[in-house]
Design a binder for this molecule. Structure first.
Ligand SMILES: Cc1cc2nc3c(=O)[nH]c(=O)nc-3n(C[C@H](O)[C@H](O)[C@H](O)COP(=O)(O)OP(=O)(O)OC[C@H]3O[C@@H](n4cnc5c(N)ncnc54)[C@H](O)[C@@H]3O)c2cc1C
Length: 136
């Protein structure tokens, strides 16, 4: 099997196929995990949570004492870089896939014939099928 795109969807499918003892090539152009951990769900929740804290703290004056609120983007950016995205390094997601026996290929895949995927100058021929998981 060749799985094209290893975002949340492709990563799950590719991992399950490898665990089922099929020979699997997973092709990812950017970062394994896709949009959600690097640009979507996770970093945005860190931003929203920080904004919520500031909004909450502004209620202190007049209701619960005194507080000075000085918004600062730096700690939010730091958490996104260090804690959410590991410096936009996907090794932590690549290793579990290869650990299950999957073969990981970094690059942009193109379907060039039935069952055939090109990545750069390499060609992968799928005996069983191609999974298209290039984004919702
Ligand atoms: C701001 C924001 C916040 C979000 N918050 C949430 C949330 O809180 N909860 C939630 O459930 N969802 C959330 N989402 C949606 C979630 O990110 C997506 O639903 C999810 O990432 C889709 O996964 P996917 O695998 O289908 O696609 P993607 O994550 O887009 O993965 C597709 C992968 O395919 C790769 N690719 C594409 N073409 C090729 C090619 N030709 N060759 C090789 N690789 C290729 C891409 O590089 C990418 O990594 C949010 C999205 C955004 C933008």
């Amino acid at each position: 099997m060749v799985v094209l795109g290893l975002g949340l969807g492709g990563e799950e499918v590719a991992g399950q196929l490898a665990q089922a003892d099929l020979s699997v090539v997973g092709v990812e152009d950017c970062l394994v995990g896709g949009e959600c951990p690097y640009w979507g769900c996770v970093p945005t929740k860190m931003m929203i949570w920080a904004a919520g804290l500031i909004a909450e703290a502004r209620w202190v004056n007049g209701l619960a004492g005194e507080a000075t609120v000085r918004p600062d983007w730096a700690p939010v950016a730091w958490r996104i870089r260090k804690e959410a995205t590991d410096g936009w390094n996907d090794q932590v997601a690549v290793d579990p896939f290869t650990g299950k026996g999957g073969r990981f290929v970094r690059g942009r895949g193109r379907i060039t014939a039935p069952g055939e995927v090109n990545v750069g100058d390499r060609v992968w021929r799928a005996r069983r099928g191609i999974v298209l998981a290039t984004g919702t």
